[in-house]
Ligand binder design. Structure first.
Ligand SMILES: [Fe+2]
Length: 337
């Protein structure tokens, strides 16, 4: 608790809308609709827009047909129009200039730029609040739409995990430019490079995660995670996914970092998707980052089934070739990521 704490930046409101690419869009939409429980709200060309029921914005995710799986973009809603202007100015003055993107299905204009690993991000202020049609009106007016109860019944986006060749650089980019807080990091055996960083613009233990990229790829997606109401619903989601012949890569189990309960699947297009519950909140505004040394991490506190080695290599788009320094990255299992 230092007395000379610089004034923190509070310009990010929360993780926002996001887009993925799929080589099998019909099957991917089926997974999000039937198995995750999202509703289709719009269609435009090769893109389909779906929403999770506890999302106040009109839509949650955009699925676009493409020749391979991967990330289209991640976004943040900003705290105000002024916050958006301030952060665009910072990006342009610090070598991360991007471009303005027209509103998309009521959301935006957005400013698109690349993080240091090449992941496309967007920031926006203007958004369209969802108005439920009569057959989806909730009985409680503080809900956004009636309870869905289909499939895993996901409520809202929980977090995104991106692979990065230089986790430290990506973390510092968000801390310096956007005031994001980092709740946990894991160091590599050299004590300098980072194997993972868990960050958030809110009290929630993680909204944005970077973990070390072991291949020669860049700008790759590790997973998007959607929240359900309870641990029991994660177990129920596993039954639903198994019967639908969806590949379950890891879980249900509990993470050590941030301590969320997880189930990792691959949607039919190949992108890794998590059904998640829990994770801690950090209420202290000056909470210190917990830094795991590689030795400490090897003890793997916590519990859970082993995570397969592919979990630390597979991402989308798929890249097979391992980087020369891949062996330095500690194996983050069984209790994590
Ligand atoms: Fe996750």
């Amino acid at each position: 608790m230092t007395a000379d704490r610089p004034e923190p930046i509070h310009d990010l409101a929360h993780l926002g809308i996001h887009g993925i690419l799929s080589p099998t869009p019909d099957e991917t939409i089926g997974y999000f609709h039937d198995l995750l429980g999202m509703d289709v709200v719009a269609q435009d060309g090769d893109s389909t827009y779906l929403r999770s029921f506890n999302t106040y914005e009109t839509w949650t995710i955009k699925i676009t047909a493409a020749d391979r799986a991967g990330l289209e973009y991640v976004s943040w809603r900003m705290d105000s129009p002024q916050a958006l202007e301030r952060r665009v100015r910072w990006l342009e003055e610090n070598g991360f200039a991007g471009r303005w993107v027209d509103p998309d299905q009521g959301i935006g204009p957005a400013y698109e730029f690349l993080d240091p690993d090449g992941h496309p991000f967007r920031i926006y202020w203007e958004t369209e609040v969802y108005v439920a049609p009569d057959d989806k009106k909730p009985v409680i007016p503080t809900n956004f739409q009636a309870y869905v109860g289909r499939g895993a019944n996901v409520k809202h986006l929980d977090h995104v995990n991106l692979l990065a060749r230089d986790v430290r650089r990506c973390r510092q980019f968000w801390e310096d430019g956007f005031g994001i807080r980092t709740y946990e990091t894991i160091l590599m055996p050299d004590g300098v490079k980072e194997a993972g960083a868990w960050m958030s613009s809110t009290l929630q233990g993680h909204e944005l995660i970077y973990t070390a990229e072991k291949t020669t790829g860049s700008g790759r997606l590790h997973h998007f995670a959607y929240a359900v109401e309870s641990r029991e619903e994660v177990l129920r989601a596993a039954d639903i996914m198994a019967d639908a012949r969806i590949y379950i890569e890891a879980g249900p189990s509990k993470h050590t970092a941030i301590q969320g309960f997880y189930l990792y699947t691959r949607e039919p297009g190949g992108n890794r998707i998590e059904v998640a519950n829990g994770g801690y909140f950090r209420f202290a505004p000056d909470a210190e980052t917990y830094v795991w040394t590689a030795d400490e991490w090897k003890l793997k506190p916590g519990w859970g089934a082993p995570i397969p080695p592919e979990f630390h290599v597979y991402g989308t788009p798929v890249v097979e070739e391992l980087a020369e320094d891949a062996a330095q990255v500690p194996v983050l299992g069984p209790a994590d990521l």
